[in-house]
Design a binder for this molecule. Structure first.
Ligand SMILES: [Mn+2]
Length: 318
């Protein structure tokens, strides 16, 4: 069997989901950002007979292309789509009609859903990987997350998940590092056993302590949100720090990824009045970009020259 597992490159949940799919199918991992999903699907060879796509929030602007690629793959492979990003029923129907098995639940993280999907082919300890994803996606209070956590030492999981998340923040842009983490997780190695991970986590903690101060000076408050342009890898982290520094319900961190384009992370508190993922999906599409995500954590890609307009649109509603 030739299996390929596409998953989100950016965080522990994406890597965890990818590694569980790899562990269960013996497949090759292809990590991708939200923007390159279709391009990466096109890289799956024609002799693949199993494809698993996880944590990729595909219900965005290029959804028709995504469905077309999934349909093409479903012509020669069993294709499973696993996700917890908000998705319309119509989008799910389209994928199912294209021959794709859809596993979708917004209550559990992608690692947990992948664990659930492949449970019979995974060793018992693989539940730790599912829990790493749950903890770092703030979803360990979920129905399944709670149950698994009851059978596990919580502090152990929190420590392992957190050092992995910090190390990723520190080394994710290093060629091959996220793929290496997927292989190690698939082999059920603990993050603390992975070479260089603990050291990178400590380096990242020092950086983040400094960043918290920088955010106070460089951020701008606009209504109920605060925003800032950054060069940090973890824009999600900067968005979170903005919330605290400016005492607002929403933080927005922007980073120039390709010339003229901002990659944007949005984070919200329980006082945010809208579903950030759904809201940014509409706003970004209107500005010629794309985006989506969860209620309190979302992201998008917009033309840099439209960023003021995006901030104004968000400041009104959040
Ligand atoms: Mn996730």
């Amino acid at each position: 069997m030739k299996a390929y597992c596409l998953s989100h490159v950016k965080d522990v949940d994406g890597l965890g989901a990818g590694s569980l799919a790899v562990a269960a199918t013996g497949g090759t991992v292809l990590l991708t950002g939200y923007d390159d999903v279709v391009a990466n699907l096109r890289k799956v060879p024609g002799d693949a007979d199993r494809v698993v796509v996880s944590d990729l929030g595909a219900d965005t602007a290029d959804f028709p292309d995504f469905v077309a690629e999934m349909k093409r793959l479903a012509g020669h492979a069993k294709v499973t789509y696993i996700d917890h990003h908000y998705m319309t029923d119509a989008a799910k129907r389209k994928l199912r009609k294209a021959g794709v098995q859809v596993v979708h639940d917004v209550r559990e993280c992608a690692s947990m859903l992948t664990y659930r999907t492949f449970r019979d082919s995974l060793p018992e300890e693989a539940r730790l990987v599912a829990l790493y994803g749950a903890v770092t996606d703030y979803m360990d209070d979920s129905p399944m997350g709670k149950k698994l956590m009851e059978k596990t030492d919580r502090h152990f999981v929190l420590a392992e998940a957190t050092i992995l998340s910090l190390a990723l923040g520190n080394r994710a842009e290093e060629q091959g590092f996220p793929e290496h983490v997927v292989e190690e997780l698939a082999a059920l190695k603990y993050p603390h056993e992975m070479a260089g991970v603990a050291e990178a986590a400590v380096r990242q903690l020092a950086l983040e302590a400094g960043l918290a101060k920088e955010v106070k000076g460089s951020g701008t408050k606009a209504g109920r949100l605060a925003y800032m342009v950054t060069t940090q890898y973890s824009t999600g982290n900067v968005a979170k720090l903005l919330i605290g520094a400016f005492d607002v319900p929403v933080g927005v961190a922007m980073k120039e990824k390709n010339a003229g384009w901002y990659e944007v992370s949005l984070r919200g508190t329980s006082e945010c009045r809208v579903h950030l993922g759904r809201t940014i999906s509409k706003v970004a599409a209107r500005l010629g970009g794309s985006g989506g995500g969860h209620r309190k954590a979302a992201g998008c890609r917009v033309p840099a020259r439209k960023s003021d307009e995006m901030i104004r649109a968000l400041a009104r509603v959040v």
